[in-house]
Write a protein that binds this ligand. Sequence first.
Ligand code: TXA
Ligand code: MG
Length: 305
Amino acid sequence: METRVLPFSDESVEEAARLIRAGEPVAVPTETVYGLAADATNAEAVARIYEAKGRPSFNPLIIHVFDLAHAQAIADLGKQSLELAGKHWPGPLTIVSPLKPGSGIAALATAGLATIALRMPNHRAMRALLEAAGTPLAAPSANASGSISPTRAEHVVRSLSGRIPLIIDDGPCPGGIESTIVAEINGGLRLLRRGPLEIAGAVEGPKGAIEAPGQLASHYAPSKPLRLNAADASADEYLIGFGEVAGDSSLSPDGDLVEAASRLFDLLHQADQSPKPRIAVARVPEEGLGAAINDRLRRAAAPRQ
Ligand code: TXA
Ligand code: MG
């Protein structure tokens, strides 16, 4: 794939919005770092972020919104969260809140969690793209897995050239450090990631407090035992298929890893809710996005403490 680098302009933003609507990820600067943005409501588009970054695991992503109304359409922001949003948005603050049912956000974007990390960015390029694309944008930093966060278009070129169709170049990012992340839990503010903003009263850790059941489990895992590399199912198993293994449902009948990644969390939830007490999953090849899929499946299969 040829990667174009275009300076920020009405035309480049329109081209980026067209690519976003077509399900492609596009690199765009924010006030913190360059982000690799994709339509957060399109699971395959989100899967392509992971494919481009070559990230060996799925983590919940930060979802960027144009304004507070969009944030409130997606999530239930608590009283303190709304105060923080009023004070710091648009800006380098990410707020984790309960996801609203029917929000339309792809489960892969939140890694299957019942909460969502939202941020209203303050950079003309990202804001113009949010407006032109007309959809919330999932955007982690625009670098390949394991390399440092990009603060200039050249950094993105070095890291992701050939893997994404377009980079919007609007010069160096003014910030350079990824946003501060907070969550409102039981009336208190938790600091989940330090960043450019100091949030008065936000308490760091202990991690256990935010990972208690029903709160902010950092990773979704089904509640039932899960068996990997299954060729077929026993009577008490719900089988998630892949390729030739059909199953009760399939990650991808054609063996397409982008499709498989895009369906992973939906099917894990479906299997968890089925009447069968156990889950089996067909073998997924350990290549490309398959590595991230298998990482998540192995965690889901690991015995619980
Ligand atoms: O400055 C930034 O925030 C940059 C620019 C591009 O906007 N974006 C960024 O996104 O850093 P990302 O997706 O790499 O950040 C992911 C972080 C992880 O630490 C993840 O654990 C946390 O956000 N996160 C996302 N959803 C979460 C949730 N539901 N609960 C707790 N943490 C969450
Ligand atoms: Mg990052």
